[in-house]
Design a protein around this ligand. Structure first.
Ligand code: SAM
Length: 303
């Protein structure tokens, strides 16, 4: 391991061109390369150079990456690496890195490992002492955040919420108190339902952005409160097409941590009238009675 680390430190610094794959004495390195999320113009010159010079490009879906390569005039060899074969591929990848090869890792679109495969390979390569180099570029989450006009000094990337209703609502209740801006990936057919759940679990007046088809022909940014966006998604079929990122403002500092009260109220309201449920929830959770009543009204849809 020590000698491998030494070789690694002596290796190349920034690009595949600098650490030629043909030079047997070069240190093997894994280049984690971002690819476009729609607009092919977003493939950086450096990404192109690294991919073109790689001994092997590990791709989530080789057919998708072959299309990108053909559009960009790249002809490096491809091997598939996805959720189901990633772990099994590790020994061969380490062996090739050990031979001094420059390997690249890409996903179907955007930055690998961001809601995409590659974690096991990156981890294994780093733990084995090989250089793992970032070749940054497009990422839908960051692109959406950059146009959201919401606080961006701190943000929480949640990725995809659970598809099952109960699990999704539970997770949203947990997130309701987070004060940093929240970023979600969502499938178009679930957009309306998720926005409704967000409006119910967070406050309906929270500001949000739905960013659709970023960098593509039908790129659209829908801005408004969660309640407004939920209403619009229910009526506007276009809004439910293509690829989607939802960015939601964090909880205001003065917003009480009412996650527990909400959970209790949701159960009590199935059996009891609003006033009685609110009184009991206030006693059980220590929430102020007027706050519990307000929440109970909100949850029972009477507001
Ligand atoms: N690794 C990718 C990245 O860096 O953004 C994300 C991969 S994840 C499997 C795919 C999800 O990202 C889509 O379902 C969508 O939520 C979001 N996404 C990807 N491309 C997008 C685009 N052009 N516009 C909006 N959302 C996009």
């Amino acid at each position: 391991m020590a000698s491998r680390l030494e070789r690694t430190r002596a290796g190349s610094t920034t690009s595949a061109a600098q650490s030629s794959a043909n030079d047997a004495s070069a240190a093997g390195a894994l280049h984690v390369v971002a690819t476009p999320i729609g607009n092919l113009g977003d493939l950086t010159p450096r990404a192109r150079e690294v991919l073109a010079g790689a001994a092997l490009v590990l791709a989530e879906d080789t057919r998708r990456t072959a299309q990108l390569f053909s559009a960009c005039g790249i002809s490096a060899p491809l091997a598939s690496v996805h959720e189901h074969n990633e772990a099994a591929r590790v020994p061969e990848i380490l062996e090739r890195l050990g031979r001094g090869e420059q390997l690249a890792l890409v996903s179907d679109a955007g930055t690998p490992l961001v809601s995409d495969p590659g974690y096991r390979i990156v981890r294994a390569a780093a733990q084995a002492g090989f250089r793992v180099l970032a070749v940054p570029g497009a990422c839908a989450a960051v692109a959406a955040l950059s146009i959201a006009g919401l606080a961006s000094d701190r943000f929480l990337f949640e990725g995809f919420l659970p598809a099952k209703d109960a699990a999704r609502r539970t997770r949203l209740r947990e997130l309701a108190i987070q004060q940093q801006t929240l970023i979600f990936y969502e499938a178009p057919q679930r957009l309306a339902r998720t926005l409704e759940d967000l409006a119910a679990a967070f406050t309906p007046a929270r500001e949000a952005l739905v960013a659709r088809e970023l960098t593509k022909l039908f790129e659209t940014a829908y801005r408004g409160t969660l309640a407004e966006l939920a209403r619009r998604a229910g009526q506007d079929a276009d809004m439910q097409r293509g690829e989607i990122v939802i960015v939601v403002a964090g909880a205001a500092e003065r917003e009480p941590d009412d996650g527990e009260a909400r959970r209790v109220l949701e159960i009590l309201l199935r059996e009891l009238p609003v006033r009685q449920a609110a009184d009991l929830a206030a006693q059980l959770t220590g929430t102020a009675p007027n706050q519990a009543y307000k929440l109970a009204l909100q949850l029972s849809g009477q507001r």
